[in-house]
Each structure stands twice: as structure tokens, then as C-alpha cells.
Design a protein. Sequence first.
Length: 274
Amino acid sequence: MLAKYTPRRVVSLQPSATVTLRDLGLLDRLVACTKYCVDVCPEISGSNIVIVSDSWSAQAEQILATHPDLVLASVPYQLEAVAEILKAGVRFLGLAPRTLADIYADIAALAAIIGAGESGEAIITRMQQRIADVSRRTAGCAKLKVFCEQWGKPVMASQPWVVELVEAAGGEFVGTPGKTITVEDIAAAQPDVVLAAWCGAGDRVPLEKIVEQRQWQELPAARDRRIFCVEDQLLNTPASTLIGGLDAIAWALHPELFERPAGIRQIGLERAQL
């Protein structure tokens, strides 16, 4: 009979994997992570966890110095670094989610590998139940056209899982997910709501400035002051944090049905300090 193997020393190069470890109550197995993981899981700050480069710039020597038995990363990552990690005999899990189904599969896979399969299923179930609840509450509402961007220069539409969240909240997504789009094409679509969740920007998207620079003053979203900044991690971290993003989208589209959650800022009413 094969002995059961459970990783005890984990390096995470991906914030979503770190969030899942936190949700599983297993941050004590984390020996190294990136600074972006700390942003999403501030409870790591002040611990003895080593801060290493992320998947884009991963350094094998840096990672192997922590003596891990599992390395978690996301596509794209440094192929050379991965090769050195594998040569050293360290297990490696590369994640590349696009849809909510992919995210659920990643959570289930990580939970199983780490020896917490039932807890992983519970996380997935809670996410699915919340999404289904929001979808039921918005089922009879008019469909609002929504543009959501994950970057501003060039303008890039958010990922496919955000499209699913927008649809669950009763919206119709404008643009092709994960692709660049011109400000003119966005204007031509006449979105009722614009959501900006720029990667790495936290809640610091300059809403007034982008409306002025893009000459969007006559957009329905601008006229009705329905342009919002959503905190980066809530829409760009493919983990349970997306439920916070769903709540933000649901409130932005239907404030009459949902209470305002944390992590969202509205143009003209509040300004972030830039």
C-alpha cells in the first residue's frame, strides 16, 4: 500500500493559491510567497514567511532555498525556473484558470493535494451558493450593459470569470473578455455601468481622469454616475475573493436590491487619494 503524501512546506507564487490555503486554514504550511500574496492575505505580514519573486520572474535558486515540497504558480511563469524546480524533485502545480469552473477545479485540486479535500469542496459550495443566490435575486431585472476592465493602458476587458459574475448579477458584458478594446468601441456600445478593476492598482483607479481622457462624458454610465472602481483583488484573484467582487457588481447594478459592500468606489461621490 502506498504511503499517503501530504505537502508540509509550500511555496506560493500565486495570490489565489495563497487565498485558498488561507481558506483551508493551512497558512502554517506556507514557507514562501510573493508580495502580492501578502497584499491579498495581510495576515501573512510580520511572519517568518520568505518573500520571493512572482511567477513572471520566478528564480529557482530563491525558491529552492526554502526547501519546499510543493510549489504553486500560475501561467505565464518562467519555464527555466520550473525546469530547475522539477529537476530538484519538488512537486509543481501550475494553474491557468479562465472560467469559474476552472477556478473550482483549481481549488479542488489544491485542496486534495494538500490533504483537505472536504474543506475544498465546502469552499466551492459556498461560492456556488452565493452566485446562485445573486442570480435568483436579479432574475427579473432589466439587463444593464456593463463594461469591466482589468487594465487601462491599453484598455483590456476583464477575464471570462468576471463575465460570469456580471451575468449572475443581471448584467450584459460588453467586449471580449481578456482582450484589448478601444475607448471608441466601448463608447459605441453605450454601457450603462463601467467597472474598473486594474491589476495591481488596488482601489486607486482615477475614475474622473479616465472619463475626461477618454471623452466619455456622454456615456450613459457617466451621465448617471454609474462608473465604479472595484478593488483589484476582488475581480482579478481567481479564488473565493471573487465573491466580494460579485457583491460589488451586484450593488453597482442593483443598489435597490443589495447592500453596499466593501471594496467599491463610485465616481463623483468619493475619491481615492492618488
